[in-house]
Design a binder for this molecule. Structure first.
Ligand SMILES: [Zn+2]
Ligand SMILES: [Zn+2]
Ligand SMILES: [Zn+2]
Length: 153
């Protein structure tokens, strides 16, 4: 598989992908519209919630792109992506098991925001935990084989 490097974060993006799945930056000319300004093209997709945003709305923090909700960029500091899934069902299982161990989770689904048929790589549900709980959460999830091992973030 050929890949290019993302101009924003420098990580490889597969040729077929239109978005960098690490930082949310668009790679190809975007046919997405900003969710706040339908007349503007989206330049990025929030790595937390999947909302497409234009240049005016996007917030860039530590080389990742976020939407205009200030708490999403702020999540970078305390919350960490622990699991991604293509199904809400699987994400629910992750959250239930973590809740059992009294670990708080936040879940965001890309499906809340855009029609995902043309960029399947981003059509995912993301589960976040607080950094302080990360090791405990990883232990719980690997024990249950809900994830293969430490998530690569
Ligand atoms: Zn990137
Ligand atoms: Zn967001
Ligand atoms: Zn906008």
């Amino acid at each position: 598989m050929t890949s290019r490097l993302c101009e924003n974060c420098g990580r490889p993006v597969a040729e077929t992908h239109v978005l960098c799945s690490f930082c949310g930056m668009t790679i190809a000319i975007s046919r997405m519209e900003c969710e706040n300004h339908p007349e503007e093209h989206a330049v990025a997709v929030c790595v937390v919630c999947g909302k497409p945003v234009c240049g005016d709305c996007a917030i860039s923090a530590e080389k990742s792109m976020f939407c205009d909700k200030p708490d999403h960029a702020a999540m970078q500091k305390e919350w960490i992506l622990i699991a991604t899934s293509h199904s809400e069902f699987e994400a629910d299982a992750v959250c239930l098991n973590l809740a059992h161990s009294e670990i708080e989770t936040k879940v965001f689904s890309m499906r809340d925001h855009v029609v995902t048929f043309w960029f399947d790589e981003f059509a995912i549900v993301r589960v976040f935990v607080q950094q302080k709980d990360m090791e405990r959460a990883l232990a719980v999830l690997s024990e249950l084989q809900l994830i293969d091992g430490p998530a690569s973030v």
